[in-house]
Design a protein around this ligand. Structure first.
Ligand code: MN
Ligand code: MN
Length: 466
C-alpha cells in the first residue's frame, strides 16, 4: 500500500508542472555567478538613465570587446563584431555567424532603453513663491503622485542657437545639487486625498524646483529666474530660447541598490527595460555564436515605439536587409528563417496586491525570466500571440542549457494589460515571443527585481544564441 502511494507520488511528480525558484535550484557556484553578474548590471543602470546614455554606454562596452561601428554599405564577413547607432538613441550590436543565413536566419533579441520619466517642456522656466520651476510633460505611463517629494536628476541635451550640442547631467554625483517636485502637506491635504489616484497630482502640477536665490539687481518677479538663467548661460552657454531645442528629462536621482538583508533583489530606476537590455547586450558581447545574432536596444517603446528611433521605424528592417545583402543572402529568405526574443519586462506577482493577478499564470519573483506567449489587453488585443511550435522550440533551447524560466501573463484576465515591440518584429514574418524579467512596482521611480531573474534572462539569451 505504502509502496503504491510512493509510486503514485513519483509518477505525479513526473507528470505535473511546477515553477522552480532559481535561487533554490542554483548551486553555490551559480548563486555566486548570479550575484556577481548583478554588480555589472547596477553599474550599467547608474551610468545609463536615459536612452541616449544607455546607447553611449552600450557603444563603449561594445568597443571594449572589439566591436566596431557599422555603416550601411560596409562589407561584412563571418566573425565580424559590429554595432549600428541610430541618432544616438538606439543601438544594434551584432555578430556575424558562420551558419547559412538563408536557411538559419538571424537570432534577434529586441529590448528597449527608454523608461518612463518627466520631460521638461519647451518653454519651461518661471518664478513663483520664492522658487524657480521648470514645467514638464511626463513620458510613458506613470502614477504622477509617485514622482513628487523624491530627489530628481536632470539629464539630456540642449542644441544651442548655433547648433552646438550640449550635454547636461546634474544630480547623479553626490556633490551635485538635485531637483524636486513638491507635494502638499497632509495637514492641508484633506481635499487632495479625497481625489482619485490619477487626480491627486495632475500633469500641470509636476513642476520641478530648480532655484531659489534672487539676484538683488534683477527685476521684481524675475530675480530668481535671472539667477537660474545666468547659471545656465555660464555653465552651458545657453539662454532661455535654447530650451526650445532641448531634450531634458527629470529622472530619479537614486542609484541602484541591493534590497534585503540577503541582497537577493535590486531596487533601481529603469529596470523596465534595462533589465532585459543589459543581458541582451552582454550576451552578444560575451559569447561567440554560429548564428548571426543581433541585440536591438531601441527607443520610444514607452510611448508606442513610434518615431525614427522606435521599433516601428523602418531602419531596423533596413539594417537587417543591409546585413543580408552584404553577406550575399536573399533578405526575404533570411527574414523568414529568423527568430526573435522580444525582451521586455512583465509584472511580477505582488502579494500586497493579489487581486489583479491570477496566481497560476503570474510571474513569481526569482522563478526565472518569464515567457509571455501573448501580451495585449481584453481578448489578447494588440498582441503577438506566439505559436505553440515556436514556444516549443524556445522551450527546448532552454531545457538543453538548463535555464530556469517561467511563463505568465500580465495580470488576470481583463485586469488591464500591456504591449511590447514583439508584434512589430512578428509583422516581418519573424517568429517572435516575449521573454523578460518580472518587475515589482513597474514604472515607479524605484522598481524592484530579483538578481536570479536577471541572470536567468542572461542565460536564456545565451541558450537562444547557441
Ligand atoms: Mn518595457
Ligand atoms: Mn514599460
Amino acid at each position: 500500500m505504502a509502496d503504491k502511494k510512493e509510486k503514485a507520488k513519483e509518477r505525479y511528480e513526473e507528470l505535473a508542472y511546477e515553477k522552480k525558484n532559481y535561487y533554490e535550484e542554483a548551486s553555490k557556484k551559480e548563486r555566486k555567478a548570479i550575484y556577481a553578474y548583478a554588480e555589472g548590471y547596477k553599474a550599467f543602470l547608474d551610468a545609463a538613465k536615459t536612452e541616449r546614455e544607455a546607447c553611449d554606454v552600450a557603444v563603449s562596452m561594445a568597443q571594449e570587446k572589439g566591436f566596431t561601428e557599422y555603416h550601411f554599405g560596409d562589407p561584412l564577413a563571418a566573425g565580424d563584431k559590429k554595432y549600428f547607432v541610430n541618432r544616438g538613441k538606439s543601438v544594434v550590436v551584432f555578430r556575424v555567424g558562420t551558419r547559412d543565413l538563408e536557411t538559419d536566419g538571424m537570432r534577434i533579441i529586441a529590448s528597449h532603453i527608454d523608461a518612463p520619466r518627466v520631460d521638461i517642456k519647451q518653454v519651461p522656466l518661471y518664478e513663483e513663491g520664492g522658487m524657480c520651476f521648470l514645467k514638464t510633460h511626463y513620458y510613458g505611463g506613470i502614477k504622477k503622485y509617485q514622482w513628487t517629494a523624491i530627489p530628481l536628476a536632470l539629464h539630456g541635451v540642449v542644441v544651442l542657437k548655433d547648433g552646438t550640442r550640449v550635454q547636461i547631467k546634474v544630480g547623479e554625483n553626490p556633490k551635485d545639487p538635485i531637483f524636486y517636485i513638491d507635494d502638499l502637506l497632509p495637514h492641508l491635504g484633506g481635499e487632495q486625498m479625497g481625489k482619485t489616484g490619477g487626480k491627486i497630482i495632475e500633469g500641470e502640477q509636476l513642476n520641478v524646483v530648480v532655484g531659489g536665490l534672487p539676484c538683488a539687481d534683477g527685476e521684481a518677479g524675475k530675480k530668481i529666474k535671472y539667477t537660474v538663467l545666468d547659471y545656465l548661460n555660464k555653465e552651458y552657454g545657453m539662454c532661455e530660447e535654447d530650451f526650445l531645442s532641448a531634450e531634458l528629462s527629470a529622472v530619479p536621482a537614486y542609484p541602484a541598490r541591493d534590497v534585503g538583508f540577503d541582497r537577493a533583489l535590486i531596487g533601481a530606476y529603469g529596470h523596465d527595460d534595462r533589465v532585459c537590455a543589459y543581458p541582451a547586450l552582454t550576451a552578444v558581447l560575451d559569447e561567440n555564436s554560429e548564428h548571426t545574432v543581433l541585440a536591438m536596444l531601441v527607443d520610444k517603446e514607452e510611448i508606442g515605439s513610434e518615431g525614427t528611433t522606435g521599433m516601428q521605424c523602418k531602419v531596423y528592417e533596413d539594417l537587417m536587409e543591409e546585413i543580408a545583402v552584404a553577406l550575399g543572402a536573399n533578405f526575404r529568405k533570411v527574414r523568414y528563417a529568423s527568430k526573435c526574443l522580444s525582451s521586455d519586462v512583465t509584472a511580477a506577482y505582488d502579494p500586497n496586491f493579489p487581486g489583479v493577478f491570477e496566481k497560476m499564470n503570474a510571474a513569481i519573483v526569482s522563478c526565472g525570466t518569464c515567457m509571455s506567449k501573448f501580451t495585449g489587453a481584453r481578448g489578447k488585443s494588440g498582441s503577438n500571440d506566439a505559436s505553440a511550435e515556436f514556444v516549443g522550440e524556445v522551450r527546448r533551447m532552454f531545457a538543453k542549457e538548463g535555464v530556469i524560466w517561467q511563463t505568465a501573463e500580465l495580470g488576470k484576465v481583463d485586469a488591464g494589460g500591456g504591449g511590447t515591440v514583439a508584434k512589430f518584429l512578428a509583422n516581418l514574418n519573424i517568429d517572435t515571443v516575449d521573454l523578460g524579467v518580472p518587475v515589482i512596482s513597474m514604472h515607479a521611480p524605484y522598481e524592484l527585481i530579483s538578481k536570479a531573474d536577471l541572470y536567468s534572462n542572461y542565460k536564456a539569451f545565451l541558450a537562444f544564441m547557441k
